[in-house]
Design a protein around this ligand. Structure first.
Ligand code: B12
Length: 295
């Protein structure tokens, strides 16, 4: 039978090039397809579902937002795809080391749109924490190393950060805030201008169902504490990249003193490992952060 539900989610991921995570999110958030279920609750897709997902994938890769097209009929999607013949200027790169070097090359040559396009398309077909750990973070570290050696200029570093910042914001918006969810406030302390680690954990928190208030970088302790208290947050996450341990301890102590005791505080970032654990928990590995966020 042509429309028999027979493909499991892993197989559909291989057939469509979408990650299993993206398949679940497109279903849960946007009702893009509604697969049948096995008795044990596993998803089962038909050939028609697979064809629809391929069309959606193609259209998203040509620049449409999934939210805008997820509910269109198959006929409308086919019509849109047919009127979108222009091939993207950058091929889809699925091999992560190759993607990293292509993105680095694009940043080196200040081809920012190319870097954005490669990254946002690869983000669709890679599990989010893998994408952050295998692509976003290593590219940033390499930019930092090459800047230090004088091989890249400040302009390259700023261009690279801008690309990553935009990308992380748009990925975070895939998971719209919902007031009934557990609340997290995320920021960097005063004088800490590096915000990309905070954005990475914001994206992961949103993905795990947290309602995220992202405050950005360089916040005085009293402003962080105010936001935590005012929103009745359950979790505060701070990212520390360049602050000296003394400065960090001082900021963290001031925040801790001003927020309710029940609020969990997680701190990460390359300069966080030098801190002594108090009531705060120091975490670096994004896979571990995910486990904590899904508890
Ligand atoms: C981009 C960048 C900038 C941008 C930031 C833009 C932005 N919007 O964020 C700008 C231009 C502002 C900047 C400024 C500076 N920078 Co800078 N910067 C970087 C760069 C290239 C990337 C930073 C980044 O985002 N890293 C994100 C990742 C990869 O982070 P991570 O901290 O290791 O975090 C990981 C985990 O800990 C976890 N995580 C992160 N946060 C959190 C939070 C929680 C709660 C949890 C659970 C987990 C978690 O996620 C990450 C995944 O791997 C780094 C290079 C590098 N190695 O990081 C240099 C780097 C950090 N900068 C550096 C320097 C020297 C500076 C300046 C002093 C330069 C100057 N002379 O002005 C200023 C200081 C600004 C300040 N007051 O804070 C040095 C720091 C050296 C040191 N202290 O040891 C670095 C290492 C470059 C180098 N190789 O020398 N920088």
């Amino acid at each position: 039978m042509a429309d028999e539900a027979k493909y499991r989610v892993g197989m559909v991921a291989k057939m469509t090039g979408l990650s299993t995570h993206t398949l679940r999110m497109w279903e849960k958030r946007y009702v893009a397809v509604l697969p049948k279920r096995t008795e044990a609750g596993g998803r089962l897709y038909t050939d028609a579902d697979v064809a629809r997902l391929r069309l959606l994938h193609e259209l998203v890769e040509s620049g449409h937002s999934i939210g805008g097209i997820a509910k269109l009929s198959d006929a409308d999607l086919r019509h849109m795809a047919a009127s979108f013949p222009a091939p993207p200027s950058q091929p889809v790169v699925r091999h992560l080391p190759e993607l990293r070097s292509r993105v680095m090359k694009a940043i080196e040559q200040l081809r920012i749109q190319d870097a954005e396009q490669m990254l946002s398309r690869a983000a669709l077909s890679t599990e989010p924490s893998e994408f952050l750990q295998m692509v976003v973070a290593p590219v940033l570290v390499e930019i930092g190393e090459r800047w230090k050696r004088g091989e890249l200029r400040i302009a390259h570093e700023h261009a690279g950060s801008t690309v990553m910042r935009g990308l992380l914001f748009s990925l975070m918006r895939l998971y719209p805030a919902n007031d009934s969810r557990r609340r997290a406030v995320i920021a960097t302390p005063a004088k800490e201008d590096h915000e990309l680690g905070a954005l990475m954990v914001s994206m992961l928190a949103a993905m795990h169902g947290w309602s995220v208030l992202y405050l950005g970088p360089d916040l005085p302790a009293e402003e962080i504490a105010y936001a935590v208290t005012d929103t009745n947050a359950d979790l505060l996450m701070l990212s520390i990249t360049n602050l000296k341990p003394k400065e960090s301890q001082r900021e963290i102590a001031a925040i801790e003193a001003a927020i309710p005791e029940r609020v969990r505080v997680l701190v990460g970032g390359r300069a966080a490992s030098a801190l002594a654990e108090s009531r705060v928990q120091i975490l670096q590995d994004l896979a571990v952060v995910e486990t904590e966020l899904s508890r």
